[in-house]
Design a protein around this ligand. Sequence first.
Ligand code: NAD
Length: 368
Amino acid sequence: MGSRRDFIEKMSLTALSLPILYGSTPLFAAFEQPYDAPILRVAIMGLGSYATRVAKAMVDCKRAKLVGVISGTPSKITKWQAEYDIPEKNCYNYANFDSIKDNPDIDAVYIITPNGLHCEQAIRVAKASKHVICEKPMAINAEEGERMVKACEAANVKLLVGYRMHFEPKTVEVIRMRKAGEFGQPKFFQGQSGFVIGNPDQWRLNKELSGGGAMMDIGIYSVNGARYMLGEEPIWITAQETKTDPVMFKEGIDETITFQMGFPSGAVASCLSTYAMRHLDRFFMTGDDGWVEMQPSTGYGPIEGRTHKGELSQPHITHQTLQMDGMAQLIFDGIQPLVPVDGEEGLKDLKIIDAIYRAAKKGEKVML
Ligand code: NAD
């Protein structure tokens, strides 16, 4: 372990290089000065594929550190302990993790389990007085999301959602440009989010664990993207569902949904969410004075894109590293990203997804 002085020196060096990397977007402003800051000590719950990616990315974090694990599989715990130097006292299973309340060495729990488990797990973490970081979708419907927000408010802990794109440099630049009026009045957003899902036995195709199909998993990126690219909340939704494989995509598991959203300014969005088509990771937005196209737009990167002014040239930095440092900044220093990552933000997406499902089922326009 390095000394405190080493740490401060490392921070100062990093701080010197960061303005070049990030420009002067407010999100990263705190990194521009040398600082002696607390580290967000995180336990990850659910040691699956995305958790593995997050843990690797956290090795490069300056302000967040993986210090604990919660898993139902003892062999995974042992492996993670060895890989990340995690002490036995910071290891829990799904039956005993409420006792994390008595562990002063953990600040936050990052829930990376199947969607249908997020709500009850988040409420238990909140009751244990630890900050909750929860993967997207925050829950499987707005009613669950509301319970999570209330539980975290009652426990006086933060509820944050793993919206990694809100920290991604090219995305942040586009949001900055939109806020600065560089596109003029945004008029139209197009979001295409999809991939071909593989193994039919996975939890993503089990309604109880997933809460739905492609919309919950990948379509949510177009829902969230429409909101941050246009800078407004939708007031109406229309949606159409297409199913070509009812064996793979059972009742309640959407294969493909096209949906449209209308916004108070008159801006409109047209989006596609699918588990059955390839090469779909694209955002386009046009306004009165400019436009932006991003493809890939929400994958793990590098994100690529161009605007009416030319190529977006911000560097690729592992999204989850930026996200976890940004979340530490938010928790300790109150510095908000340009677009929130809190429970209210997660809830907004869930209300829209509920409305998309209602609109697709009824075949009618749904007002929000
Ligand atoms: P995964 O199947 O790889 O991992 C899920 C983990 O949860 C496994 O370790 C599994 O053992 C554990 N688990 C605990 N209880 C379980 C139960 N009852 N049934 C099944 N598994 C159980 O899934 P994943 O791809 O890591 O996804 C986990 C979460 O992360 C999801 O909410 C997903 O939407 C989200 N995710 C987010 C991103 C992103 O880019 N932000 C990417 C992938 C996944």
